[in-house]
Design a protein around this ligand. Structure first.
Ligand code: SAM
Length: 274
């Protein structure tokens, strides 16, 4: 397992903005339906990140990401929700903080909803439990999130699965595909969002082709810059299945804002079916 990855270096970067703004939009649209919603977050991370910690300062990724969103006086609504969440997390802590996916979800659960999140690294899992202390209807498991997601699918009601691996290990791509397949078999109506880095086109295209063999997917893509250097994260994408009606509007606004405000000759694209 990828025990060395620490999201503390990357929290609040452009990719987090795309992923987390899309997550908030997905939640909002699914919660328009009163049926209970079970959210499963396969790779939980820490839940709350200190942007003044040495890791964040060293990488300065948040300075090129969330810091720029905080400076935007009038972002589109779908991005503005994340700005508000980051401001609230900082105000509550009395310092610069950035909320991760499990915290964003935990704060938005209705009485009928629940969150199950997995974090394989025991040290990160302890921090995650502390970040979520006091949250209702939330369970944190120090376990593998791919297997955990499939066994946590609810027998009825709505489900949303976020799959957000570090992609440090070669098998993360294979395991995402296997999990997409297993969820599709067990719970075809579950909304699924897989986050992917874009370094080179070959890896990305191969993944999308394999996903499309399983079911129709919609892709929200942001490229910060032309893909000239395959060693850099030049962009990111969200691969979505069973996305709720209207989500495209949010995704378009989120990807456009990120490509134009945080990119250098960046571009945004929504494509695929679903
Ligand atoms: C990209 S971070 C997650 C960030 C989080 N989803 C967020 O948006 O705030 C990936 C996390 O997955 C953990 N991890 C790696 N492999 C895992 C696995 N197989 N199951 C569960 N967690 C895993 C890593 O320790 C790391 O904390």
């Amino acid at each position: 397992m990828a025990m060395n990855y620490s999201h503390a270096f990357h929290a609040g970067n452009f990719a987090d903005i795309v992923k987390h703004a899309a997550l908030l939009a997905l939640l909002g649209r699914l919660q328009a339906d009163p049926a209970p919603l079970a959210v499963i977050d396969t790779h939980g991370g820490r839940g709350l990140y200190d942007l003044d910690a040495p890791e964040a300062r060293r990488s300065a990724e948040a300075e090129r990401g969330i810091a720029r969103l905080l400076e935007d006086p009038a972002p589109p609504e779908a991005v503005g929700r994340l700005k508000a969440a980051a401001l609230a997390a900082s105000q509550a802590a009395g310092g610069r903080r950035y909320p991760g996916s499990p915290l964003l979800v935990a704060q938005r659960l209705r009485p009928q909803d629940r969150l199950t999140t997995f974090e394989f690294n025991p040290r990160e899992a302890e921090v995650l439990k502390a970040s979520l202390a006091g949250a209702r209807a939330v369970s944190v498991e120090t376990a593998d999130g791919y297997d955990g997601a499939v066994r946590s699918l609810p027998p009825e009601g709505q489900a949303l699965v976020l799959i957000d691996p570090p992609f440090e290990r070669g098998d993360d791509y294979d395991r995402c595909i296997a999990t997409l397949q297993a969820i599709t078999r067990r719970c075809p109506g579950a909304a699924i969002m897989i986050w992917l880095p874009i370094k080179d086109l070959e890896t990305f295209d191969a993944f999308v082709r394999r996903a499309e063999e399983i079911r129709p997917v919609r892709i929200a893509e942001v490229r910060l810059r032309p893909l000239l250097d395959p060693m850099r994260m030049n962009g990111c994408a969200l691969v979505l299945a069973a996305a709720p009606e209207g989500l495209d509007l949010d995704l378009a606004a989120i990807c456009e804002w990120t490509a134009s405000r945080l990119g250098e000759g960046g571009r945004a694209r929504l494509w695929g079916s679903a």
